[in-house]
Design a protein around this ligand. Structure first.
Ligand SMILES: *Cc1c(COP(=O)(O)O)cnc(C)c1O
Length: 309
């Protein structure tokens, strides 16, 4: 799979290296290092943007239509619009992946508010910008962490309130998540989940969280991004007859849970081995996590969920 790019508007004669990634910006396909936008774009200046991330595994997009539906809904909620419909975006994403020749890829689509006319502060006057890129597959956890389980900290930092920024619209309001990460690192941990105003667990930097409590799978019902991985896990649990509760998850519950794991398109299902410095009963993947993870990866071969690049 080399040189399989169908990059359309690539400048002829340029020694382009698309293997590290390909990006579609302002109507052109460019190598990832050359993908840039204006510093005046409100996506950069105000985090005024929405995005989505899908992945390609063994040459196939997983649940791409669900990612596109979430992205389209996010744009509507933020009153952003672009000249591409879902089919048009899908086509651009395919072109990005093909340009790289990658069989396992992390594929991001972004819509920013764009740049207003000089002097304007009116978001209605901005020309919204669409961009997309494909890079090699990204994992939230490295191989060693995936084997032994991540060390997780339940942060004191509150996740930005759902009444302020709608958490179901995928967004770049990450100052809370990054503050939480530093708190975790300072405590010798590797990743973090934040709490809400009532002290219940929400989510972490780019992932949802699950705990196995009294034989049931528990994940926060609300106040989180409704992950495509999270939804897949809930569906798998139903299919496997694992009782599932969407309910508030107390800040101290993971510490005494039988199993804890996190879920993200960037790596799938990844186990937690330690919470707040306390080792869980099961280090690495516990039996429930393992069953769900095996099924999750098996679905990556299932034509109901996959479309070829
Ligand atoms: C993307 C993301 C997730 C995970 O969603 P997936 O669709 O499973 O990748 C969870 N929380 C936040 C804050 C996210 O940005």
């Amino acid at each position: 799979m080399t040189d399989t790019y169908m990059a359309g508007a690539v400048t002829p004669g340029r020694a382009a290296d698309f293997r590290k990634g390909a990006a579609f910006v302002d109507g052109r396909m460019v190598p990832i290092e050359q993908a840039t936008i204006s510093v005046l774009d409100w996506g950069f200046l105000h985090s005024d943007a929405t995005y989505d991330v899908a992945h390609v595994w063994n040459g196939r997009f997983f649940r791409l239509r669900d990612h596109l539906a979430r992205f389209t809904r996010g744009m509507e909620r933020l009153r952003l619009s672009i000249p591409h419909d879902a089919a048009g975006i899908e086509n651009i994403l395919r072109r990005c992946v093909r340009a790289t020749g990658l069989t396992n890829a992390y594929v991001e689509m972004i819509c920013t508010r764009g740049v207003p006319p000089s002097g304007s502060r009116d978001p209605r006057e901005c020309a919204n910008r669409f961009l997309a890129f494909a890079v090699p597959f990204i994992w939230v956890a490295n191989p060693e962490q995936r084997k032994r389980g991540l060390r997780l900290r339940v942060s004191h930092v509150q996740r930005i309130a759902p009444g302020a920024v709608d958490p179901t619209v995928k967004n770049y309001h990450w100052l809370d998540l990054v503050a939480g990460l530093f708190e975790a690192y300072d405590a010798g941990d590797e990743t973090v989940v934040l709490v809400d105003a009532d002290g219940h667990i929400t989510e972490g930097p780019g992932f949802n969280v699950f705990a196995v409590v009294d034989g049931a799978l528990v994940t926060p019902a609300a106040g989180v991004l409704e992950g495509v991985t999270r939804r897949t896990i809930i569906e798998i649990a139903q299919e496997l007859g694992i009782p599932t509760r969407l309910r508030p998850l107390g800040a101290s519950e993971p510490r005494s849970a039988a199993e804890v794991f996190i879920s993200s398109t960037a790596g799938g299902i990844m186990p937690i081995g330690m919470v707040d410095g306390v080792a869980l009963e099961t280090s690495g993947m516990g039996p429930v996590t393992r069953k769900i993870a095996d099924r999750y990866w098996a679905l990556h071969e299932d034509p109901r969920y996959c479309i070829a690049v």
